[in-house]
Design a protein around this ligand. Structure first.
Ligand SMILES: CC(C)(COP(=O)(O)OP(=O)(O)OC[C@H]1O[C@@H](n2cnc3c(N)ncnc32)[C@H](O)[C@@H]1OP(=O)(O)O)[C@@H](O)C(=O)NCCC(=O)NCCS
Length: 203
């Protein structure tokens, strides 16, 4: 096979592959759009869903804005009285868990790395004579701002507010609120800098 034939074949295969991928994304979007009210209460145009999603309950209040990207094996859960509200232009990477028993809000353009867990509830464990799983939960809403970047493996707990434009380092545990523009890392997450300010000026 000549060199030009080879590159023509390659181009053809790439085009077919791309078209199949785009068609698949459109079909998946259409499926969830037709089922609006069962899986998502609202699903914005252009949101791409790349793999299998898991849902805690049918017909829960889970809303996703336009042009988001949702990866494989993402778990979204809300109760009959709680909600998960994800803005537009967000990315929720593979294996993330977003579990709400009150309210979890995520602002526009926020990027969430793989295996992040955002949960607005903790087990109650005050009675040591009773199994933890029998003691119910305490909950408080979570609010994550716009254009926040959350690294892979982060945990965000109940009652936390993460301000606009924050950056959270991989594997951090965020149990206290962070002001806008914070760069925070570690367990528990501590602020090590401010986005937009030179490292030498803040550290
Ligand atoms: C948070 C992050 C953006 C910081 O980058 P940076 O501003 O270049 O910071 P530096 O590498 O200069 O590190 C600054 C300090 O924070 C520490 N640090 C950085 N990231 C950390 C993390 N995830 N956990 C704990 N400490 C961390 C460094 O050890 C360093 O500590 P020191 O000052 O005591 O030496 C980056 O480290 C990170 O975690 N990125 C996430 C990557 C990721 O998850 N990608 C996949 C998802 S899209």
């Amino acid at each position: 096979m000549s060199r030009s034939q080879l590159s023509l074949n390659r181009l053809l295969i790439k085009s077919v592959w791309k078209a199949a991928r785009v068609n698949r994304l459109i079909l998946v979007w259409l499926f969830y759009k037709v089922c609006e009210g069962i899986y998502f209460r609202q699903l914005g145009w252009g949101t791409q869903i790349y793999g299998r999603l898991r849902f805690g309950n049918a017909a829960a209040d889970i809303r996703v804005g336009r042009d988001c990207m949702i990866g494989h094996e993402v778990f979204l859960s809300a109760t009959d009285t709680s909600s998960v509200i994800i803005g537009s232009g967000c990315s929720i990477n593979n294996g993330c868990h977003i579990v709400s028993t009150t309210k979890i809000e995520i602002g526009d353009e926020t990027a969430i790395g793989e295996f992040v867990s955002i949960r607005d509830q903790n087990h109650t464990f005050s009675d040591p004579d009773k199994a933890v799983r029998e003691q119910g939960f305490t909950s408080a809403p979570i609010k994550i701002g716009r254009d926040v970047w959350i690294g892979r493996g982060v945990f965000v707990g109940p009652g936390v507010e993460i301000g606009d434009k924050c950056v959270i380092g991989a594997n951090s545990v965020v149990v206290k609120s962070l002001p806008a523009y914070s760069i925070a890392v570690g367990s528990p997450a501590r602020v090590i800098g401010t986005r937009g300010v030179n490292k030498s000026e803040t550290r």
